[in-house]
Design a protein around this ligand. Sequence first.
Ligand SMILES: *Cc1c(COP(=O)(O)O)cnc(C)c1O
Length: 347
Amino acid sequence: MINNTEQLFKALGEKGISISDAEKKEIEEVSKKYPVRISDHYFNLIDWNDDNCPIRQQCIPNIKELEKVKGYKEDPLNEGKFEKTPFLIHKYYSRAAFMCSNSCYMLCRHCTRKNTVMSGKPASKDVLPAALDYLKKHPEVNDILITGGDPLAISRDLLEYFIQGFRSVPTVNTIRIGTRAIVTEPDIITDELCDMLAKYRPLWIFTQFNHPKEVTKEAIEAANRIQMRGIPVGDQSVFMRGINDDADILVELYTKLIGASIIPYYLYICDRVDGTAHFYADYKKGMEIVEKLRYRLPGYGVPKLIIDADGENGGKVPISINHIICENRDFIELSGNKEGTTTRYDI
Ligand SMILES: *Cc1c(COP(=O)(O)O)cnc(C)c1O
């Protein structure tokens, strides 16, 4: 595990990779604000011959993270505002998120919570009663998303304590865990951990693959250990410039994922988060690419493209090109199932 710049430079030296002093200085500068942490597994996936390596871009600090860009904020999703009891965010009618962890096996450079949760405190045992109390008063919340940070990076006992607590609320149906450990540190997904989680089904796990290179044998095996116990694994990718804003790359990614029984769920347009503007890829391009995926993948292999809109009335909204091209009294015209074709449906 690389936990600071010194360890990063040492690891680079061991691989025989030389970087300039100017580059080193930039990395040090950035990591004062946004620390560096890279698991050995993820670090070893970097192709140092490729300056634009998609793995490298997601884990090595970039000086652009310090640029102040107009329209970008620390917390554009307004999560702070929806925090109903410490660490419990209730923003959507039927589901709530519990941000119990402020650590991860890797600190993603594009992290949407790099200015908030990740620089805050983790939850301790004593915050749970207030959260459970809130849920008892809000029986409309039937799904709990345990996230952070990575919930699999806190102690197993504490994680089980939280899960057990949420499971004890009769109106909570499903529990979800958001973790990138499957991708970044797959070996921590042990049989013991999976056995523990399986006790609390219906439980779902969502992870984040962004590039086909991340779909390693180890990651697939980790996902399989979870799935074998009746816990589905879903994927929430982020649409990022120079990493995966390309139809061929996403076709390859989702083909590999469904081949590993991992369900493509969401593909996010980048949030307007300070320190991540250089990853933003245009939403229109996203819509066009997802339309191509619709022709090239089975229906269940195509994720929903999501904008998490700023502000009070925002939240996650699916976007796509309009498939109803024209509408009148007698028929509607639809974009077809082959690229460039249209079809009529009489009404
Ligand atoms: C994303 C999110 C959820 C879950 O949303 P789904 O659309 O059900 O996946 C719940 N709470 C918060 C605060 C979220 O950001």
